[in-house]
Ligand binder design. Structure first.
Ligand SMILES: Cc1cc2nc3c(=O)[nH]c(=O)nc-3n(C[C@H](O)[C@H](O)[C@H](O)COP(=O)(O)OP(=O)(O)OC[C@H]3O[C@@H](n4cnc5c(N)ncnc54)[C@H](O)[C@@H]3O)c2cc1C
Length: 389
């Protein structure tokens, strides 16, 4: 095994999944997380069959299923009265595949608990300022302290300092879209399906969480005005309601219950060119931040975590293991990120005539060839990273 002791920067989904996978393979692992607690942050996430396979292999699939809602369909709807335009029946997924909606905090809680129980050390309030690849790798903390490690994994998300150490600073560009997110009580008996409510220049995605008690809302609007990228900005709920005033049916009811929505600017980042350096690797959003339109951010992070742990523990040469990891992952992640980029405009047709025709077209396709509509996601959902290494 090329690395017996591993330091992971970032206690998010990818960080804890990698920690658990490496610990289960006999490594000593510590996680450095900047937050003061692993607490209730974020909103809903979608776990598709490819991500679930990793959770199953890590031994937490059962716990995930217990706390999540199993999705039965994806329903595309017109924004005014909520008329359904297209329905993808998730019960038609191939045998053994299922799709789940989960609160990000619940997924982190179950991964971090399993990691701790397996013997991973978790250190909170540890903000890393910079990483210098080498043998050993030098880690500089924001408080001025420093330490070293044989292998450092950057699972430090969107604004990764480890990605910058390997790739320099690459400026992302604003897509001209912002997204509000909120979790509200399930006031409309929202069934266990993801609903995409499509309007001109904007759409709302809703799905239930926590046994159907809550509903997760993500509302995307096209606009010129730039908004910061990140998970900690909030907005006045009145702005959200004004932007989506033309939406009827259940959406209006759910939006009325929003109190303090998160707001983030949607930016496009290139997938990192270099995923590893001497004694250093990156995974998840640190390597490939994505727009949310394929709901694959968490699933790709889970796949990366498994692949990296498997590569690192299946040979003796660290450089070879890290480059095998990049070879295995980069192309797939580029393809998924590009698919998410390409989806951005699809829900937002502004011209009512074009929108009507497009909706009719996809509705017909959905009725005539339902298996084909769902089959277009086979390359994502059917992939099993646990068998790929
Ligand atoms: C607070 C928060 C809320 C989110 N909410 C949502 C949501 O509602 N819906 C959604 O789809 N996605 C959300 N995401 C993003 C989603 O979790 C990721 O896109 C995806 O799961 C990939 O996971 P990741 O492990 O790569 O990154 P993340 O899950 O983002 O984890 C990165 C972790 O690294 C830590 N970190 C960052 N920089 C440093 C540093 N310098 N030193 C130490 N630690 C550091 C962060 O605190 C975080 O815990 C959220 C992310 C965060 C951080």
């Amino acid at each position: 095994m090329p690395a017996k002791s591993v330091t992971i920067i970032g206690g998010g989904i990818g960080g804890f999944a990698a920690a658990l996978a490496l610990r289960q393979r006999g490594c000593d692992v510590r996680v450095l997380e900047q937050a003061e607690a692993i607490s209730e942050v974020g909103a809903g996430l979608q776990i598709s069959p490819n991500g679930l396979r990793v959770l199953e292999a890590l031994g937490v699939g059962e716990a995930l299923r217990a706390g999540a809602c199993r999705g039965t369909a994806v329903s595309l709807r017109d924004h005014r009265a909520g008329r359904e335009v297209l329905r993808l029946d998730l019960n038609r997924l191939p045998e053994g595949q299922s799709y789940h909606f989960v609160h990000r905090a619940d997924l982190i809680a179950l991964l971090s608990q399993a990691a701790r129980e397996a013997g991973v050390q978790v250190r909170l309030l540890q903000k890393v300022a910079a990483v210098r690849p080498g043998a050993p790798v030098r880690i500089e903390m924001a408080n001025g302290d420093s330490c070293s490690a044989d292998l450092v994994i950057g699972a430090d998300g969107l604004h990764s300092v480890v990605r910058s150490a390997l790739n320099g600073v690459v400026a992302p560009f604003f897509t001209g879209q912002v997204a509000w997110r909120a979790v509200v009580p399930n006031l409309c008996g929202h069934p266990p399906e993801a609903r995409v409510h499509m309007g001109p220049g904007r759409h709302v995605v809703s799905y239930p969480l926590r046994g159907g008690e809550k509903v997760n809302l993500v509302a995307v609007e096209e606009r010129r005005q730039w908004t910061e990228e990140g998970w900690s900005q909030h907005d006045d709920a009145a702005n959200l309601r004004t932007a989506f005033a033309g939406f009827g049916g259940d959406v209006a009811k759910l939006l009325a219950a929003v109190e303090r929505p998160g707001l983030w600017g949607l930016f496009r980042h290139p997938v990192a060119r270099h995923w590893h350096g001497q004694g250093v690797a990156i995974l998840g959003d640190a390597a490939h931040p994505t727009l949310p339109f394929m709901a694959q951010g968490a699933n790709m992070a889970l796949e990366d975590a498994w692949a990296l742990a498997a590569c690192l523990t299946s040979g003796t040469d660290m450089d070879a293991a890290l480059s095998r990891y990049q070879d295995l992952r980069r192309e797939r992640c580029v393809k998924i990120v590009e698919a998410a980029n390409g989806n951005a405009w699809k829900y937002h047709l502004s011209n009512p005539l074009v929108r009507g025709v497009a909706h009719m077209g996809i509705g017909m396709l959905g009725r005539l060839a339902p298996a084909k509509m769902l089959g277009q996601f086979d390359w994502i959902y059917g992939y099993d990273v646990t068998k790929a290494v």
